[in-house]
Design a protein around this ligand. Structure first.
Ligand code: NZQ
Ligand code: ZN
Length: 393
């Protein structure tokens, strides 16, 4: 078995009505002046925000609110959030929403704890984060896994750069997860979430150093569970069983568990981030649109791994290892299609792109030729270009 470190300090409170414990959780983790961050209004319409505010009033907790986080959240908005948190002297940030809201809350927490450093410097690795404020989460969508992850992703609208920051300071103090809070999700967002959950698992599963049996088996079980319940959930968002399974899959897919002992790949994520930054497409959709092209480009690096994926995730065996590998890729794309997710640029809705755009996307993936991408197969700019080209139909 390969060695690993696993430290997830996030307290999870899962189940019906779990949000009623939010005030006591905030107190437990040292909050007394809480900045509540939320998105474009779904938590206002559902009544969740009001419910939490009332709970805080009854508990004697001071709070202020900051709504309007955009999906694929903007750096500029997070900077405004830092100003607000500092002016109001917040000591705790509560995110009510999905990955975009949680990542904005994380950024605000970092900026508030480090008022002399522009937050983007942490994302650009020009400054090292050594402290932050506690962040709590009430999750309303199973997708990004940010509720337990060590990551936060922002887009700088000025430069068009979408970038993630990985640090233990990104792990929230607690996450409240009531699957009933996801009942109001549109089918499209549930499907995007299902893809993202799968991809967090697959971006770890496909790596060059896979020797930990339990890690692999956990990943395969998680994929089968997400696939099964994703199909049910897109048809009926009020199916408690399916929404529960997806919600827990979301957290476990990206808290590190499914990749222990292996190297992360995350090339499809990087390819997708460039698409989201340029075309503002939903994160999950950007991933399904590129994954098939990536898989077909790299599978020969380890055909047996793709064969195992086909057998243990899709129950497929081929006449040869290669036939099985191809069948597994095909089944994954078919599945994406069956839940309404794109598998190329046309179905993503961005249309066929000219060659110069493909070249710019590939260049962006390499952070302007300062790095290579992925680990399953290490990709150079020319490889990334070929993958975009294959998806450009
Ligand atoms: O903004 P509101 O009105 O709340 O609507 C949101 C938004 O339009 C809506 N929504 C959320 N919960 C809802 C709901 N609508 C109805 N009922 C509910 N219960 O869903 C839309 C998408 O929300 P968003 O937060 O953007 O979704 P998601 O959780 O997929 O997050 C995506 C962002 O997370 C990043 C992505 O790149 C993207 O920016 N990621 C963050 C990661 C991390 N921090 O670990 C890892 C991921 O790989 C990912 O990169
Ligand atoms: Zn993701």
């Amino acid at each position: 078995m390969n060695s690993f470190t696993f430290h997830i300090p996030t307290e999870i409170v899962f189940g019906k009505d779990s949000e009623s414990l939010t005030a006591s959780l905030v107190r437990k983790y040292g909050g007394s002046r809480v900045l509540i961050v939320y998105g474009g209004g779904s938590v206002v319409r559902s009544g969740l925000l009001e419910k939490v505010c009332r709970q805080f009033e009854e508990a004697g907790l001071e709070y202020n609110t900051l709504g309007g986080v955009h999906p694929n959240p903007h750096l500029e908005f997070a900077r405004e959030g830092v100003k607000k948190a500092l002016a109001w002297e917040a000591d705790f940030i509560l995110a009510i929403g999905g990955g975009s809201v949680i990542d904005t809350a994380k950024a605000i927490a970092h900026g508030t704890a480090n008022p002399d450093t522009d937050i983007w410097k942490f994302w650009l690795r020009e400054a090292v984060l050594t402290k932050t404020l506690p962040v709590g989460v009430i999750l309303t969508i199973a997708a990004a896994g940010s509720e337990m992850s060590d990551s936060a992703v922002l887009t700088d609208m000025e430069s068009g750069v979408k970038r993630g920051l990985g640090t233990p300071f990104n792990r929230p103090a607690f996450a409240v997860m009531n699957p009933e809070l996801t009942y109001t999700l549109p089918a499209y967002q549930i499907a995007c979430g299902t893809v993202d959950i799968m991809m967090h698992t697959m971006d770890r599963y496909f790596n060059p150093d896979t020797t930990n049996q339990l890690t692999d088996e956990l990943a395969e079980a998680l994929l089968r569970t997400a696939i099964h319940n994703g199909s049910i959930a897109v048809k009926n968002s009020r199916d408690y069983g399916a929404m529960s399974e997806l919600m827990w899959c979301s957290s476990l897919s990206h808290n590190g568990l499914t990749g222990l002992g292996g190297k992360k790949d995350f090339a499809p994520h990087q390819l997708g981030h460039e698409l989201s930054a340029r075309f503002d497409v939903a994160h999950g959709a950007s991933l399904s649109a590129i994954w098939g092209a990536w898989a077909r480009y790299v599978y020969k690096t380890d055909v047996a791994r793709f064969g195992r994926f086909a057998a243990n995730v899709w129950g497929l065996r081929g006449a040869s290892e290669e036939a099985a590998a191809i069948a597994g890729i095909h089944a994954t794309e078919e599945y994406f299609g069956s839940i309404g997710m794109p598998t190329n640029f046309s179905t993503l809705g961005i249309g066929i792109q000219p060659e110069e755009v493909l070249r710019e996307l590939a260049l962006g993936c390499t952070y302007h030729r300062t790095r290579k991408v992925g680990s399953f197969q290490v990709l150079e700019e020319s490889d990334l270009y070929e993958i975009y080209k294959a998806a450009n139909c």
